[in-house]
Design a protein around this ligand. Structure first.
Ligand code: EPU
Length: 428
């Protein structure tokens, strides 16, 4: 059993390089299926969700070769439809993208149910609506998601009932090779949607409007391979910014797009932290205890749900009473029980709003990461706490953070990953 052990109380200092964005890498890696050609993808983060995605591509018949630590060459010429292993599909949420990619390339898809962090219901009704609008018949009652466009996919107009990153990306994947124009209204505006569109356009697609709520996709007959570099991970960057603030540190976050960080930068400044932006770096410093605030998660460019647990943890150590409202996922406060073990004063009302009264100090505890971002929040809490904390179930953190222990140690944290034999394997 692996765990992370942290001796808290060290100020983070120095600079940290940001890896490629998980939530852009996953759809882009899957989108290579649409090219039937060789793509070279750079700045791919070393995380388990990416590893699983590459395993699924291999199982479909793609040739996948790491040509550098963060560069992968993928040839999807010989990919076959209906070959995605359900046990791998069921491990990650990004696997929904295989439906759009199979449908786009072959006119039919047969993919198991996706998995991912248990942070809410996570229905796929908007994905299904999108595929049906393009002319596919979709069934979801066999333990698999089956989609078939017997007469080919045709461009269409789709209005999403709610803003969904996954459904927007999936519609783009299905529509790039469809016959005619697709217009997506109420599309997600997240930077990873823009990155997916940029990648596909580099492969010869005709997508305009990504980054706004109306995206137009004019179908093209074929795509070709390309070289493409993934954008930096705004959620990893935000996690380090918050960790710097929570430890009273001074950290330069390198290789970011400051525009993507605006909702967090503005919030940290409002709380009393200093934020300086220089080209592709953000310097965060907090030389005093920060102030309470109000946070409400929203689709981009609002405050990201993927930074909600981390900012709430910082607010446990700020002056005054803060309110944090989660509007995207209905089950994203599971980390609160763990923070309470450390002496945090947090009450969740109606499952939606955390009321947080700042305490002078958190104390170390034995903790369990319940999901990816909740796990990152516990790391921040342990870095700031008095004493030695341990965090188990770290696989959920490693799905989305590239070398988090190494990067924090380089900033002066006393953190290590420890492997202990499982009880069952200890000789008696
Ligand atoms: N929704 C529906 N119907 C759908 C799809 C979504 O009702 O068909 C709802 C969801 O239940 C949720 C809201 O719409 O309430 C937003 O969900 P969205 O589809 O945008 O989320 P996702 O595509 O499942 C991605 C990221 C998440 C991130 C969300 C929101 C990936 C692989 N996952 O999930 O990332 O929280 O967008 O930005 O890209 C994470 O990285 O920790 C993570 C959970």
């Amino acid at each position: 059993m692996d765990k992370i052990v942290i001796s808290g109380g060290k100020r983070l200092q120095g600079s940290v390089p940001i890896s490629g964005f998980k939530n852009a890498a996953l759809p882009i890696l899957v989108a290579t299926v649409l090219t039937g050609d060789v793509c070279v993808i750079e700045n791919v983060p070393s995380i388990s969700d990416v590893e699983i995605t590459l395993q699924i591509l291999r199982a479909m018949g793609a040739s996948v070769r790491m040509t550098g630590k963060n560069t992968v060459e993928i040839n999807t010429k010989n990919v076959r439809q209906g070959q995605t292993p359900p046990e791998l599909i069921g491990k990650i949420r990004g696997s929904t993208y295989f439906i759009g990619a199979e449908l786009g390339r072959f006119g039919r898809a047969h993919v198991g149910w996706p998995g991912g962090c248990d942070i809410g219901n996570r229905p796929i009704d908007q994905h299904v609506k999108a595929f049906e609008a393009l002319g596919a018949v979709v069934t979801t009652d066999s333990g698999f998601i089956d989609a078939e466009a017997a007469n080919g996919l045709r461009g269409s107009s789709v209005y999403f009932d709610s803003t969904s990153v996954g459904a927007t990306a999936n519609l783009i994947l299905a529509a790039v090779l469809a016959d005619g124009m697709t217009v997506v209204d109420n599309a997600a505006r997240e930077p990873h949607i823009v990155d997916l569109a940029n990648f596909l356009n580099t492969c010869g697609a005709n997508i305009t409007g990504a980054g706004t709520d109306v995206i137009k996709i004019k179908g093209v007959p074929a795509l070709h391979g390309c070289s493409y570099s993934i954008i930096p991970d705004m959620i990893e960057a935000g996690t380090f910014m918050i960790a710097a603030a929570a430890t009273g540190g001074r950290v330069r976050i390198d290789g970011v797009i400051p525009k993507h960080m605006e909702s967090l930068s503005a919030k940290l400044e409002e709380m009393g932290a200093r934020i300086e932006e220089v080209d592709e770096s953000i310097l965060v410093s907090a030389d005093r205890r920060l102030d309470k605030t109000t946070v409400k998660t929203l689709p981009y460019p609002g405050f990201p749900t993927d930074l909600q647990p981390q900012i709430a943890t910082l607010l446990c150590l700020c002056d005054g009473v803060s309110h944090v409202t989660e509007t995207i996922f209905e089950n994203r406060f599971k980390y609160v029980d763990e923070l309470q073990k450390m002496g945090a004063s947090v009450r969740v009302v109606n499952g939606k709003t955390a009321i947080i009264e700042g305490v002078p100090q958190l104390s170390a505890a034995a903790l369990r990461a319940m999901d990816l971002r909740g796990g990152a929040a516990l790391i921040i809490a342990a870095l700031a706490a008095d004493g030695v904390s341990s965090i188990t179930n770290i696989g959920s953190i490693e799905r989305g953070y590239d070398n988090i222990c190494g990067k924090l140690a380089a900033l002066g944290a006393d953190i290590k990953k420890v492997t202990e034999p499982d009880e069952a394997t200890v000789a008696v």
